[in-house]
Design a binder for this molecule. Structure first.
Ligand SMILES: Nc1ncnc2c1ncn2[C@@H]1O[C@H](COP(=O)(O)OP(=O)(O)OP(=O)(O)O)[C@@H](O)[C@H]1O
Ligand SMILES: [Mg+2]
Length: 263
């Protein structure tokens, strides 16, 4: 490969190439979970990964995070093979997973302290707590916060490590409709302000369409990418977009893809 081609390859934010994987059931039987999953996510793109329950979305996300390695194929971030977790690839889960004995500020500072970056992260931690709307709650413990507030802490705790890539596994699935909308708006602000790349797993077609630049629809048994759909509605988008005929059409074609897969 010549120099310019190498530079171009390294520029692609995230690249998954030919990922196949099986899990053993502990009785010697292996189930193929992923077969030939390949896709790319450009730097600062917002991409949603969707598909039926059990198709392997969390497994893919875990591989990008570096929690597990694919049996075949590879995951590359800026051209480098992903082999282990790294603070540059931050993960937000469906549950906030806060440390219950730690105050909000200490939850946010947990990562920087573990990485020996306490001093240079203090101001950022305070700024992020304010940015997610929790100024004044720095000394509260998780049990004193609502579910939505706990998710805000989880987001700040991930952002304090200055991730270039934000990996989110159905982060708002357990929230009520209003809190979920607030968190979606906050996420878009954060994404634009911090200029990070987002790979977002969701079951919710509307959520995927409202937030993303592209959606990847997975099929299952074994999991593979069935469709890669551009979502080019102008930003900022608001809730009235759901009445736009182009939105309605796109939503129904994604629904059809989902249905095809479950039949
Ligand atoms: N550690 C594991 N050991 C064995 N099987 C596993 C493991 N992790 C996932 N699986 C299996 O792999 C398949 C894909 O699981 P995964 O959690 O990635 O799906 P998903 O698309 O995220 O589903 P959901 O939408 O319900 O969260 C499932 O059949 C699951 O049982
Ligand atoms: Mg999952």
């Amino acid at each position: 490969m010549n120099e310019s081609k190498l530079a171009k390859a390294a520029d692609t934010g995230l690249r998954l190439q030919g990922i196949s994987h099986s899990f053993s059931d502990g009785r010697g039987r292996a189930t193929d979970v992923l077969a030939g999953v390949s896709f790319e996510v450009g730097a600062r793109e917002f991409v949603s990964l969707m598909g039926p329950s059990g198709c392997g979305k969390s497994t893919v996300l875990g591989m990008v995070a570096g929690f597990l390695s694919p049996e075949q194929g590879d995951v590359r971030w800026h051209g480098e093979r992903v082999t282990a977790p790294d603070a540059a690839r931050g993960v937000v889960f469906q549950k906030p997973h806060l440390y219950p004995w730690c105050e909000v500020y200490d939850n946010v500072m947990f990562g920087p302290r573990a990485l020996g970056r306490e001093r240079e992260s203090r101001d950022l931690a305070r700024d992020l707590i304010a940015e997610v709307g929790l100024e004044g709650f720095e000394r509260h413990r998780p049990y004193e916060l609502s579910g939505g507030m706990q998710h805000r802490v989880a987001l700040a705790r991930t952002l304090v490590n200055r991730p270039e890539l934000l990996l989110m596994d159905e982060p708002f699935a357990a929230l009520d409709a209003q809190t979920r909308e607030e968190m979606q708006a906050l996420l878009l602000e954060v994404w634009q302000r911090h200029r990070c790349t987002v790979l977002f797993v969701t079951h919710d077609i509307e959520e995927g369409l409202l937030l993303s630049d592209r959606i990847l629809v997975m099929g299952h048994r074994p999991g593979s990418i069935r469709a890669d759909i551009s979502v080019d509605f102008e930003r900022p988008r608001d809730e009235t977009l759901v009445f736009d005929q182009r939105f309605v059409d796109l939503r129904s074609s994604v629904r059809t893809l989902f249905r095809k897969d479950s039949s």
